[in-house]
Design a protein around this ligand. Structure first.
Ligand SMILES: NC(=O)c1ccc[n+]([C@@H]2O[C@H](COP(=O)([O-])OP(=O)(O)OC[C@H]3O[C@@H](n4cnc5c(N)ncnc54)[C@H](O)[C@@H]3O)[C@@H](O)[C@H]2O)c1
Length: 312
């Protein structure tokens, strides 16, 4: 992800890429050789050298100290998902932010991916979501190899699945309670989850998410149902809509779009850097990041208690 973000800076005339810090010095140098900038020892040194924004792209459980270093040195921080991997760490960062909504941005890129942006448009235009069904699977948990290591990821749900927790909030509504059942199937951690979400408006969403699905398509899909109406997304490739009493389907296919736009990374940079330049609050705030951690922890708590309903 560090390379991906660095490649996007190179496409902009209003961003100067200052450099990188990485515990692996070879990777650090390789990135500088490819994208410019220079190696730094740590984030503090980077900010003292003039960096105004820090992008945090280390493994999940390593985010917290780097986010805090960036904030305490006075930089703005873009953090890859997940924000952090415990409520205790989330609270510590929220305290540091003191309610500010213009200092930390969370990389929930799917909000900007055309299929999900289009689904959001249908909802904004009046599609009333009653219920939904979501799949978010990993083909395997071997890429990168630390994905099976809970000490690095914080657990399976903190890795890719957390994007879909944000999507439930973004497309359906604020999650009020969860019920979750989990199993350990193919890896040395819980890698298979069935979850039911209820929103504060009473809508229900069912999610299946596992880390041993193979690469059979689709590994990612959202189906939303309204008043005799449906929205279906398939991967980040295609969204289909059938409106109420509509006899035809609207389909948008972006399969051949360049990856950084299909996945929403380029649009997310435009949104984030646009807000920085305009000094306006971020569209994805620490509150969104915090809610995603709350949902994740509630799922684990529910699974631990055999599927008990957990209020959020
Ligand atoms: N939004 C998305 O689509 C998306 C996709 C993949 C990964 N991610 C997230 O991006 C982050 C990075 O994932 P990745 O796949 O790029 O991982 P990666 O293993 O490819 O890269 C992580 C880098 O961090 C370095 N590193 C590890 N610990 C460090 C530390 N304490 N200080 C400094 N450097 C350290 C490693 O040497 C490595 O170069 C994760 O949080 C992951 O969840 C997001």
């Amino acid at each position: 992800m560090g390379k991906l973000h660095a490649s996007l800076f190179g496409e902009r005339s209003d961003v100067e890429f200052i450099g990188v810090t990485d515990i692996d010095l070879d990777r650090c140098r390789q990135l500088c050789d490819s994208y410019g900038g220079k190696p730094f020892t740590d984030v503090k040194e980077m900010v003292q050298a003039g960096a105004e924004i820090v992008f945090v792209t280390v493994p999940n459980t390593k985010h917290k100290p780097i986010i805090l270093d960036g904030l305490r040195e006075g930089a703005l921080v873009f953090s890859e998902k997940p924000f952090v991997t415990s409520l205790k760490d989330a609270d510590e960062i929220m305290t540091e932010l003191g309610g500010r909504k213009d200092r930390l941005y969370l990389g929930f890129n799917r909000r900007f991916a055309p299929v999900y942006a289009k689904a959001k448009d249908y909802i904004n235009q009046g599609f009333e979501v009653h219920s939904g069904n979501i799949i978010m699977n990993d083909g395997d948990m071997l890429t990168p190899p630390w994905v099976v290591n809970t000490e690095m990821t914080g657990g399976f749900l903190y890795d890719t699945t957390i994007h879909m927790f944000d999507m439930v909030r973004y497309l359906v509504g604020e999650v009020a309670e969860v019920r979750c059942i989990a199993q350990q199937c193919r890896y040395p951690l819980q890698d298979n989850f069935s979850i039911v979400f209820t929103t504060n408006k009473g809508q229900s969403v069912v999610m299946s998410t596992n880390g041993h699905a193979s690469w059979a398509w689709p590994s990612e899909r959202i189906q939303l149902w309204g008043d005799h109406a449906t929205i279906v997304t398939e991967e980040l490739d295609r969204v289909t809509h059938c409106g109420s009493r509509q006899s035809t389907l609207d389909a948008t296919d972006v399969k051949n779009l360049e990856r950084n736009r299909k996945w929403g990374y380029a649009q997310m940079h435009e949104d984030f850097l646009g807000a920085v330049k305009a000094k306006r609050p971020f569209s994805i705030t620490a509150d969104d990041a915090y809610r995603s951690v709350l949902i994740t922890e509630a799922c684990y708590e529910s699974a631990q208690a055999g599927g008990k309903t957990i209020q959020i």
